[in-house]
Design a protein around this ligand. Structure first.
Ligand SMILES: [Zn+2]
Ligand SMILES: [Zn+2]
Length: 344
């Protein structure tokens, strides 16, 4: 039996450990084994090590971490027809059943019997990953797995929210984006590509605002205390029709709600704080609060179409798989510009 290197969670509040494991094989007819070309290192991985997901995922330790994966098809089960050995693929983060009500309506994320490699079963900080035929998206020849791996989760989440928001946006509308960091800067590129609305980006960091303007924002607001007034000024005193909040903490929801026009949509993506808004304000202004979680298989295909034509690009910093600890330390220490990627 051939073996591979894999990085595992061996305990909470402990460092990850490199180990040797058997290379996974297709055991079910729809299984697909992917040779990993890139595995994104995500803030969620830090939260996993802190034990934040221990109860929610119920995962048995040790297991292999890593949920943002792309690579090449290595082996397929007997019933797989949509990909074959050697195909370049990005991996949708969930393994879904295809049979439940949510799956049949295309809402993969809410599959009733889903598995989440890297969270509740073996993930992609390894040389190989087992997933299912329903989860692999073939990518354009021009794209490299290590360049797009982080789009599997961070990018997909931003795409899902931006695409949902864009459905109601017309050329006369304004869309405010709070937070132009990792997810936000993907959301801005997506909105630029699929929405005709005017785009206003708010961030505390002047460099992030500069970047937002460079990738397509129409207006940038540096949040220094007067951000609500500035957004109202840019929207003729009415506020924006749609707001996407990629921050969700540090008071962003209270401020964001004041930037919203009556009957506006408030998309929550970032999370951390409670929404504390008087219900009378919600009914009198008819505010729609909308949650957003990852994205569907179709969302991922749409995002890959944008990536293939260069409409969405991602800054990445690459590390060898053996250097996993440096990647984790750099992310934890705020030293990663863009996304950290492990390349086995
Ligand atoms: Zn992630
Ligand atoms: Zn399902």
């Amino acid at each position: 039996m051939s073996t591979m290197r894999a990085v595992q969670v061996v305990g909470y509040h402990r460092r990850l450990e490199m180990t040797e494991l058997p290379v996974p094989e297709p055991t079910g007819p729809f299984d697909v084994v992917v040779k990993i070309g890139g595995a994104g290192v995500c803030r969620t991985d830090l939260h996993i090590l802190e034990g934040q997901w221990a109860e929610k995922s119920g995962v048995a330790l040790p297991y292999t971490i890593g949920h943002e994966n792309a690579g090449w098809v290595h082996a397929v089960g007997s019933a797989v027809t949509n990909v074959r050995e050697g195909d370049k693929v990005i991996v949708h983060p969930l393994i879904t059943c295809g049979l439940c009500r949510a799956c049949r309506s295309g809402d993969d994320v809410h599959c009733e019997t889903n598995q989440f490699p890297g969270i509740d079963t073996d993930g992609g900080y390894a040389e190989y990953l087992r997933t299912s035929a329903r989860s692999v998206v073939r990518i354009d020849d021009r794209l490299e797995p290590s360049d797009v791996a982080a789009l599997a989760d961070a990018g997909l989440t931003a795409y899902h929210a931006a695409a949902k928001a864009a459905r109601r946006l017309s050329p006369r509308d304004r869309c405010v984006v709070i937070g132009a960091g990792g997810l936000g800067h993907i959301g801005i590129q997506v909105l630029k590509a699929i929405s005709p609305a005017e785009l206003i980006v708010v961030d505390r960091n002047p460099d992030a605002v500069k970047l937002a303007l460079a990738i397509g924002a129409d207006h940038g607001v540096v949040a220094e205390g007067k951000q609500v007034e500035e957004v109202l000024e840019l929207t003729d005193g009415h506020g924006a029709e749609v707001l996407i909040d990629f921050v969700g903490e540090g008071g962003s929801t209270a401020e964001g709600a004041q930037m919203l026009r009556r009957a506006g949509d408030y998309h929550v993506v970032g999370y951390g704080e409670n929404v504390n808004i008087p219900t009378i304000d919600i009914i009198s202004a008819e505010i729609n609060f909308i949650g957003n979680l990852v994205g569907s298989y179709n969302d991922l295909q749409d995002l890959m179409a944008l990536a293939a034509r260069g409409a969405v690009t991602l800054h990445t910093v690459k590390y060898a798989l053996d250097d996993f600890q440096s990647a984790i330390d750099d992310l934890d220490g705020g030293r990663v510009r863009g996304r950290a990627i492990l390349t086995p």
